[in-house]
Design a protein around this ligand. Sequence first.
Ligand SMILES: [Zn+2]
Length: 323
Amino acid sequence: MIKKQRKPSIKLRQLEALFRRLNTSHHRRKDVEDDLFKARAGYKGEQQLDYDLTFLRDHEFLILSDLRLPHQGKHFQLDSLLISPYFFLHIDAKHLSGKIEIDHTLGQMKRVRPNNEEDVYSDPTLQIKRHELQLREWLQVNKQPLLPFESLVVFTHPNAYLTILNGHPYRRRIIKNGLLIEKITGLQQKYRRPVFSHKDLQKICRQLIKQHTPSWENLLQKYSISPDDIRTGVFCPKCGWRPMERIHGNWRCINQSCKYEDRNCHLAALDDFALIFGPMISNAQLRNFLHLSSFATAYRILSNMKLLYKGEQRYRVYYLPLD
Ligand SMILES: [Zn+2]
C-alpha cells in the first residue's frame, strides 16, 4: 500500500524553474542543464522503481517515497522506504545507462557511456549504509522499536551493464530492477517473526510523514547567478511567449498568432518565483515579477490565493507553499 506518493522533488522542480527562467545567454546555463538532466534521470529511475514495486503480491508493506528526514541538524533522504511488521527495506534507485563498474575497496563507481565518456561516482553502497545508520538513529531518537533493516541499490536503466569487482562485501545489495521482486520475496522468507503490530506500523508511518521536510536550496548562490539574470513575467502556457499582459483580471498572450487567455497563468510564474527565490514574496516583488504596475491588483492576487503572511501594510510578506 502506498502511503506517500512520489512526485517530482523540489530539487528537480527548482532546476526546471531555473532553466526556464535563466537568461538564454548566461554562461552557467549548460551547468544548470546538465544538473537538470541528472535530476530528471533520477526521477525516471524512481518512477521505474515504483512501477516494479506494483508487482509485489504481499500487501503488508507500507511504501513511502522520497522521504527527507531531519537528523542531527542535517537531513537525509530515502528514495523508497518499505515497512512491514517484519522488517524495513530501503531502496535507492540509480538510473544510469552504460557499463558500470563498482569497486568497494576504493569506494568508487565508474560509468562508461556508449560514446566512451566516463563518469565517476562514489560506491552507492556507502550511501545506503550511511542512510541505514541515520534511520536507525532516527528511530531511537523518536522512541520507535528497532526492526531488522535491509537496504538495496537498484539499477533501473534497461541499458545498464553492471560489474561488481571481487571482494565487495555488500554485493548482494546491488541488483538490477528485474530481480527486485525475487529479492524482496527472499527477504520475506528470511524475516518471519513480526516485530510490529499493524497499529504500530501506521503510527510510525504517520511520524515519518510528519517529519518529512522538503528541501529548498538557494540555486542562485550555488551557480553564482545574479537575480537580474532571471527572466521575469508570465509565460504563455500555450506558445511560451513572455510576458503575458493582464487585462481585466485575465492574462492575455500578445503573440498575435496565439492570443491565449486565462485567469490563472500567474500561478505557474509564482511557483517559479518560490522555487528560485524562496517561498516569501512581498507585494512589490510580485509586481516586479509579474510585470504589474498596480499595488491593488497585486494585493488582490495575493489575497485570492489565501496565503499565510506576516507583517502589515507594505511590509507584509506572503508565504508561497512549495509542496
Ligand atoms: Zn501564447
